[in-house]
Design a binder for this molecule. Sequence first.
Ligand SMILES: Nc1ncnc2c1ncn2[C@@H]1O[C@H](COP(=O)(O)OP(=O)(O)OP(=O)(O)O)[C@@H](O)[C@H]1O
Ligand SMILES: [Mg+2]
Length: 251
Amino acid sequence: MIRLEGLGKTFGAYAAVSDLNLEVKPGEIFGFLGPNGAGKTTTVKMMTGLLRPTAGRVLVGGRDMALDPIAAKRAMGLVPDEPFVYPKLTGAEYLRFVGELYGVPLDDMRKRVPDLLEMFELTPWAGELLESYSHGMRQKLVIAGILLHEPKILVLDEPMVGLDPKSGRLVKDIFIRLAERGTAIFMCTHVLEIAEKLCDRIGIMIGGKMIACGSLEELRASSSARDGQDLESIFLSLTGGAEYSTLLKYL
Ligand SMILES: Nc1ncnc2c1ncn2[C@@H]1O[C@H](COP(=O)(O)OP(=O)(O)OP(=O)(O)O)[C@@H](O)[C@H]1O
Ligand SMILES: [Mg+2]
């Protein structure tokens, strides 16, 4: 569903992403991990056609993002790292606007917009301007928006940021259910517990390179972490956790 071939992005002399190769299959939840500045958001922007790669290509459902951007974008839903919404729209107006952009038929929208508002417990605020929404409410609305056109590919950059525990649980269950129905999900996250419980495969980026990719068991085998250790230990051992103990000396 998603295929990255030799993907790269340089900003001047700095390589933010180098030679990234990856495939995400239907029904798979892929977790993209890595320290701040590793190149995750840059990858998401290239995958979704917001940033032009300096090398390689992105295929979405077999369509080349550079050659056929509208069809490629129509097949996917994106939750960016910041929940951008138009401040002067109401919650319900935002969902109808997003639905129209993606060509959702009006009859479907009449049912789905209230259902999605209800599911995310936003119905009481459906008529309020988005400038009055809290960060978490905006995040829920953006997630509701990508579910409207039922895309078969979801790309999410830190989708859990700002969600309360109940909403976080709801979003996790939504992802699991969609994956069971064949949706391919690519998700950046710093929440290792989510990567551990939700993701079929995990990729770890450092300095623009994917240094490890596989199931939790495969990552464990390729790190110096011992049997039975959790993803935090594996992550720290793969990303240079040895130096971690020296950081607190600055306190
Ligand atoms: N427009 C830009 N111009 C110059 N450098 C950029 C630009 N966008 C990103 N970078 C650089 O690319 C690198 C990767 O940034 P990116 O936002 O992809 O990191 P990230 O893995 O998403 O980090 P975080 O976990 O903090 O969200 C950083 O060093 C950043 O400074
Ligand atoms: Mg980021």
